[in-house]
Ligand binder design. Structure first.
Ligand SMILES: Nc1nc2c(ncn2[C@@H]2O[C@H](COP(=O)(O)OP(=O)(O)O)[C@@H](O)[C@H]2O)c(=O)[nH]1
Ligand SMILES: [Mg+2]
Length: 202
């Protein structure tokens, strides 16, 4: 599969600002600094597309990118970079705000949507668990992705996946993808999983 184009569309504070055109969407959910923007860039092979920040927690915006591929199932897509949650310096009030921003986003139904729930392969925070439960309550079954695997030796990847599975109390049948935005390990598999989900969405 080839990426034909990947462009920033708009940064939105309110749903009224979301793009009007309806394309299938891939939404990136995860805590601040987990590697959402890096993953987005890595998937489309564009280094500086989504800003990568080492000082997280600033953005409350929902960022839309338009991606075109030569895959007939994934011809034109929106990548949606949602605000991160759980940055230590941010008050509890932000949690309510985060839920409201993300909830507003999920209220709007696109043509199709795949949610990528991005986790750190080295361990989860309680907020990851809360957020997973929240997504599940909304009827959302995200694709689970453990990133930054380059930070673990490969013989520990399986243990990390098992640990995430236990922390989220999910069964063996639910797949957890592993990824590294540094080495791009997992790119083919993640695109494959996205494609499969899009086809299931009808
Ligand atoms: N080693 C390594 N570092 C990563 C990876 N993904 C992200 N990072 C780093 O983690 C930090 C946060 O990444 P970013 O994509 O901005 O996270 P976001 O806040 O979730 O969008 C940055 O310093 C990235 O360079 C990865 O796969 N491997
Ligand atoms: Mg980001």
């Amino acid at each position: 599969m080839k990426i034909l184009a990947a462009d920033f569309v708009r940064s939105c504070l309110h749903p009224e600002e979301y793009p009007r055109e309806r394309f299938p969407e891939i939404a990136f959910v995860g805590r601040s600094n987990v590697g959402k923007s890096s993953l987005l860039n890595s998937l489309v092979q564009r280094k500086g597309l989504a800003k990568i920040s080492a000082t997280p927690g600033k953005t409350r915006h929902v960022n839309f990118f338009r991606v075109a591929t030569n895959d007939p199932i994934l011809r034109v897509l929106y990548f949606v970079d949602l605000p991160g949650y759980g940055y230590a310096h941010i008050s509890k009030a932000f949690r309510a705000q985060w839920v409201s921003i993300v909830d507003q986003y999920f209220q709007r139904l696109p043509a199709k949507r795949v949610v990528l729930f991005v986790l750190d392969c080295r361990g989860l925070s309680p907020l990851d668990q809360t957020t997973f439960a929240w997504l599940t309550d909304q009827g959302i079954t995200p694709l689970l992705l453990a990133t930054k695997v380059d930070k673990l030796p490969s013989h520990r990847h399986q243990a990390s996946v098992d640990h995430i599975r236990q922390s989220l109390a999910i069964g063996e049948t639910i797949r957890i993808l592993t990824y590294s935005s540094r080495t791009h390990e997992g790119r083919v598999e993640v695109w494959g999983a996205i494609r499969e989900r899009m086809m299931m969405e009808g």
